[in-house]
Structures are given as structure tokens and as C-alpha cells.
Design a protein around this ligand. Structure first.
Ligand code: ADE
Length: 253
């Protein structure tokens, strides 16, 4: 998979050199390139923003550097992937549709992703139109959640990690990708490791691992875990539980 990130803070993406994603890059599973948007400015101040038409607080990212950056990144990618290659353009922003695990799976199937990191009040809307209508790009505005970050960079870190760990060969034990939160629309069951009985420092309560997990009866363990997933989802994310029940009812029909 090729990933291009366009940002005014290339250093923000440094964590993508670390851990599983860093290893996936050195092993050639992901070709990730970070571009500084200011490389496509032509004034003395390398300015990328300007005041909003219509007034209001904050600044808006100017269309010209973005159009040049997208053209350059498309040219570069096509030189490598072929003249017909077309990336999915992901523009993180609080006004996007929420990013979810099914979307992570969908993006993991895409050979080329381009992320456009907005800052300030966002990118001039005509850049979105240009990407869709003139460049013909599948352009998606995606939000990490219902809160406002200072820019898209943190979202790119999160989305890239969620997507890249799903690529074949990135996570050593692929079974661990199946039984985790949000797979199958439920949260994950609680997990325990040794010792089977444990007392926290300063506590006089000894805490034990649930007996069912020590018994080795795999069918019973699977039933217990499913019940735990349902109970945990009902408590923490009732919104997910109703969607899960609706999909089970559909499947049963
Ligand atoms: N940029 C600013 N806020 C954001 C959010 N909630 N999700 C994604 N990108 C953002």
C-alpha cells in the first residue's frame, strides 16, 4: 500500500516510524511518504492560510497550495503505480463522517491513500470540489470523533495505524485481529494473564481470574466471552448494541 500525507507539520507524523507501522515500512509492506504543503507556496512567508470570506474567527487554508500539492503527489504516485492509478483522498475533519472499524477494513483494501491534513478552520471548500470533480478522486471527509482537534495530523496517525495493522503480514498473529473490540460490532471481552490470583500493592483484596478461563473448556469459554462482550457493550456503548442486534436479526431471516 502507498500512503501520501500532505501536512504543514511533517514532524507530527514521526511516530509512524515506530512500532508495528515502522516495521511494516521497513519490510516494504507500506510505502509512506510525508509532504510539506509549504513546498507548494510561492510567497516570502510560505503562507498557506487567509481570512475567511463572510467573516468569522480563524483562518482558512488557501486553495492554491493544495491544488499544486495534489497535482504533484498524483503525478509522483502515478509514475510509480501506473497512469490510471487513483488514490482515495481522505480529508480528516470534525465535520466528517465518523471513522469506524468497517471503514478501516475498507481502506485496507485500497492500494493508494492520500491524506490531506487541514489546520485552522479547514481547507477552502473548492479544494474538495476540485479533488472530486476535476481530479475524479474518491474524496472522503472523516472524523475521529465528536470533538475538535487542532488539525488532521492526529487523525492521520490514528487512521493509518487502524488501517495498516489490517494489512496482511503486519500483525504477527492475525487471529488477534478477529477477536477485538469493534469486530462483529461489539466491544472486546475482558482479558487476564498470570498470576491467577493477585493482590495489588497496598490492597488487602485478592483478585482472581474468572474460574471459567482456568478450566480449559473452550466452548464454555467462548460462551462466557460472548456474554461478556454483550454486557460490556450494553454498559459502555448501548448505541452499538442496538446495531448489533439489528444485524443479527437480519442474519437470522
Ligand atoms: N481535525 C480536527 N478535528 C478533527 C476530528 N475530530 N477528526 C478528524 N480530524 C480533525
Amino acid at each position: 500500500m502507498r500512503i501520501d500525507v500532505i501536512t504543514i507539520f511533517p514532524d507530527y507524523l514521526a511516530p509512524l516510524d515506530l512500532s508495528l507501522i515502522g516495521k511494516a515500512r521497513t519490510r516494504g509492506l507500506v510505502d509512506l511518504r510525508v509532504h510539506d504543503l509549504r513546498a507548494w507556496t510561492h510567497d516570502n512567508h510560505n503562507s498557506v492560510d487567509d481570512a475567511p470570506f463572510g467573516g468569522g474567527a480563524g483562518m482558512v487554508m488557501k486553495p492554491q497550495p493544495w491544488a499544486e500539492a495534489l497535482a504533484a503527489v498524483l503525478d509522483d504516485g502515478r509514475a510509480e503505480l501506473g497512469a490510471d492509478a487513483a488514490p482515495v483522498l481522505v480529508i480528516p475533519g470534525p465535520s466528517g463522517a465518523p471513522f469506524t472499524q468497517p471503514q478501516a477494513h475498507a481502506l485496507a483494501e485500497v492500494p493508494w491513500l492520500v491524506f490531506a491534513c487541514g489546520r485552522y478552520e479547514g481547507i477552502d471548500e473548492r479544494v474538495h470540489e476540485h479533488a472530486r470533480e476535476d481530479l475524479g478522486l474518491d474524496t472522503r471527509v472523516v472524523s475521529l470523533g465528536d470533538y475538535v482537534l487542532n488539525g488532521g495530523e492526529v487523525a492521520v496517525l490514528a487512521i493509518t495505524e487502524a488501517v495498516v495493522r489490517l494489512l496482511p503480514g503486519v500483525v504477527g498473529n492475525e487471529a488477534s485481529l478477529v477477536e477485538e473490540s469493534h469486530e462483529g460490532g461489539l466491544l472486546e471481552y475482558p482479558v487476564y494473564t498470570r498470576p491467577a490470583r493477585w493482590t495489588a500493592p497496598g490492597s488487602d483484596v485478592e483478585r482472581s481470574v474468572p474460574d471459567v478461563l482456568l478450566g480449559g473448556n473452550h466452548a464454555e469459554i467462548a460462551r462466557w466471552r460472548y456474554a461478556q462482550r454483550l454486557a460490556r457493550t450494553a454498559e459502555r456503548r448501548p448505541d452499538l448494541l442496538s446495531a448489533h442486534e439489528a444485524s443479527r436479526a437480519d442474519g437470522a431471516r
